[in-house]
Design a protein around this ligand. Structure first.
Ligand SMILES: Nc1ncnc2c1ncn2[C@@H]1O[C@H](COP(=O)(O)OP(=O)(O)OP(=O)(O)O)[C@@H](O)[C@H]1O
Length: 476
């Protein structure tokens, strides 16, 4: 047993961290821990606040609120939010890399790693005087620095290129060199901002190997911001997920991977695609949520890629005693999931007879298990419904913007299988459909009828989806 903190003591504890830029809450009341000797990944869509967290940890930003504790191996505790950045590096032993490579491209690999040890060498050289006269203390320190640099070049599989200019290295090798350089400072916590960005699979593999080596063979703990999920899922022990500066999930990679909040927020894909993922995950309650209308103004754009959710507004944080800055609740997809769950719970509590697993569709009358959820008794039936798709092949209704696989399924259950049926809807039909889809004016707003007309026209040869098994695959 060593006298330092036990392996169970987290190396880093972020407590109620907030960072505001004017009215923008980049980080809101964030708390998480990074375990000693492990790899903790910080993930989330673009603008989620990951780099801001790094900037607070490494002293580039002074947080608006909160504490960042680092427990050193010696047992010493550092409150990073109170320290200047150079002390965070020198005393608390936190090293970092940046999203953009910051090497001295004209210097050799070896020189880059020696520069990282500048402070140690300057001290040993008595700030050059002893060095000039070749005192043995300096010579020893100098030899040790070269040895350490060579050690890390070896680890990064770059020793053969030690004397080449860093700028000549391929991109993936430069990334590894940056990590080797950071390791030459002997960090207790290594913060890596997107180390796998732009790497090809082979380079990614080499990076993973280097990080696993660091994890297993040094006492250094790693905090990793990464968009490459193959890296995150393969090497992380623990994943913290941010969305709009809030923590939405925290756990091991498997837990986080299947957390509906993460699927919703992190994928940041079109709502229909989110539904598909959720269908695969198998959470019906969550799936239904995504038939709700997305907030085009605040949320990630409909066509956003996995990482492209931008923060275009201030963020709502439930802050018991502090300021409350809100945006539409739909800005956060994870929040939508939470809201949904809360609503379902309330609904279940209000209707004790409801079947637990099917609370969503439980109508007032138990016998009407298949009745439209909120259809009033006098709601008219939709005209021109069918008992089965014509010719056994349904149109792919998900081609209508606003219809996802879940709504498509519901429409099919109500006898709507084809574009021309929707194209023929009158006001009363729309009202009836909105009643069972629990919409409020959305069909008209999204002009399903107009869209269906166009699709019906162009689909003289129908865009067949699947045979009439009643099961729909949706868009794939
Ligand atoms: N210095 C700053 N001044 C104003 N706003 C800032 C500043 N730094 C960050 N932000 C804002 O804070 C939010 C979080 O940004 P941050 O860079 O931390 O996100 P991120 O999750 O790292 O995103 P990415 O994955 O794109 O790097 C963004 O809206 C960003 O514009």
């Amino acid at each position: 047993m060593n006298s330092g903190p036990s392996m169970n003591t987290p190396i880093l504890a972020v407590e109620h961290l907030s960072m505001k830029f004017g009215g923008l809450v980049a980080i809101g009341d964030l708390s998480f821990e990074a375990a000693r000797g492990q790899i903790t990944a910080l993930i989330g869509p673009n603008g989620a606040g990951k780099t801001t967290v790094f900037n607070c940890i490494t002293g580039f930003y002074k947080p608006t609120e909160g504490m960042i504790r680092l427990a050193g191996r010696s047992g010493q505790e550092f409150l990073l939010e109170r320290m200047p950045d150079h002390e965070i590096t020198a005393k608390a032993k936190v090293a970092r890399t940046f999203q953009n490579i910051r090497l001295f491209s004209g210097m050799t690999l070896l020189e880059n790693l020696l520069v990282a040890q500048h402070n140690k060498l300057m001290l040993a050289s008595g700030y050059t005087v002893l060095g000039l006269f070749g005192f043995s203390g300096y010579r020893k320190a100098s030899a040790e620095s070269v040895e350490l640099a060579e050690f890390w070049l070896e680890k990064a599989n770059l020793i053969d290129r030690a004397d080449d200019p860093a700028g000549d290295l391929p991109y993936g090798a430069q990334r590894r060199l940056e990590i080797a350089r950071a390791m030459c400072t002997g960090p207790e916590l290594l913060c890596l901002d997107e180390p796998a960005a732009g790497l090809n699979p082979k380079e990614s593999h080499a990076l993973n190997a280097l990080l696993m080596d660091i994890k297993h063979n040094t006492g250094t703990s790693i905090l990793l911001i990464e968009h490459d999920m193959s890296v995150v899922m393969q090497i992380s022990d623990h994943v913290v997920v941010l969305e709009y500066g809030r923590k939405i999930s925290d756990g091991n990679p498997n837990f986080v991977k299947s957390d509906p909040r993460v699927v919703a927020a992190y994928l940041g894909v079109e709502d229909e695609e989110v539904e598909e993922v959720l269908i695969e995950v198998g959470d019906e309650q969550v799936i239904e949520q995504f038939d709700a209308e997305p907030d085009r103004e605040h949320g990630p754009s409909a066509s956003s890629s996995m990482m492209a959710g931008s923060v275009s507004d201030t963020i709502g944080h439930s802050d018991d005693d502090g300021e409350r800055i809100t945006v539409s609740k739909r800005a956060s997809k994870a929040q939508q999931v939470d809201d949904r769950e809360a609503r379902d719970k309330a609904k279940a509590a209000a209707t004790p007879a409801a079947k637990p697993g099917k609370a969503k569709a439980a109508p007032a009358k138990p016998a009407a298990a298949k009745a439209p959820k909120s259809a009033a008794p006098k709601t008219k039936a939709v005209s021109k419904t069918l008992t089965a798709p014509r010719g056994g092949v349904a149109d792919r209704l998900t081609l209508i913007k606003g219809i996802g696989p879940v709504n498509e399924k519901k429409l099919n259950e109500h006898g709507i299988f084809h574009f021309d049926q929707i194209a023929a809807w009158k006001k009363a039909d729309i009202e009836a459909v909105e009643a069972y889809l629990a919409f409020d004016g959305r069909i008209a707003r999204e002009d399903w009828v107009g869209q269906a007309r166009k699709l019906a026209r162009s689909a003289a040869k129908p865009t067949a989806a699947k045979p009439a098994t009643g099961k729909r695959g949706g868009s794939r």
